[in-house]
Design a protein around this ligand. Sequence first.
Ligand code: SAH
Length: 229
Amino acid sequence: MNFLSVYPFNFATDMTIIDTFKHQGLRRKLVDEIKAKGITDQAVLAAIGKIPRHAFMDNAFIEFAYADKAFPIDAGQTISQPYTVAFQSQLLGINKGEKVLEIGTGSGYQTAVLCELGAKVFSIERHKVLADKARNLLQSMGYIPKIHFGDGFKGLPVFAPFDKIIITCGAPEIPVTLFEQLKPGGLMVAPVGEKVQVMKTVLKNAKGEMEITDFNTFRFVPMLGDKVR
Ligand code: SAH
């Protein structure tokens, strides 16, 4: 996929996304910033450098699109901070062609990063308005994830098992139903906790047991159970 400069790369819908040299310059600075904060995975840095994050945010926020900050999107939710997206993506260690389940599509930005890393992405969002918007936007960029409107706590048993699972909302505890949908040797990356979340990797070892590693704390919107039409 090539995002041409000052060129509307609209192929599938009537959505037009302009990516100017200014946007590209700001994006290079953002990549330098998250590198300085400790992100080393070259494929992740390249994805952040390539994807027009401003397209995932409302017009009023375009000037903020390349600050390393979370911002409000529709339905009272947020687009995650670029550093957080990069950190979770780096922990996932995606290999091309892997099947990845994402919980919490939100704006679709993290979904785009996963697609750019070569994953076959299945993503679940509980707000219909967000699922529909992200599906259209990602399609217009040439990405082909499967976006499901549904309850992420249930996962997608029909499409399981997955190589990797990423949760992008604060889970009250490690969701066992999702762990069960991992392949042996598979990895889940999940922020776990109520007000503040500890980033955890949960490896499913050959015996099918959990091997948990804790990382830093983050703040996410909560993982909630019911669908919102
Ligand atoms: N990766 C997204 C993050 C969005 S915020 C981005 O960068 O834009 C987290 C999202 O998780 C919200 O959109 C919220 O509606 C969604 N969410 C919360 N609980 C969920 C659940 N049980 N199933 C699916 N989505 C959920």
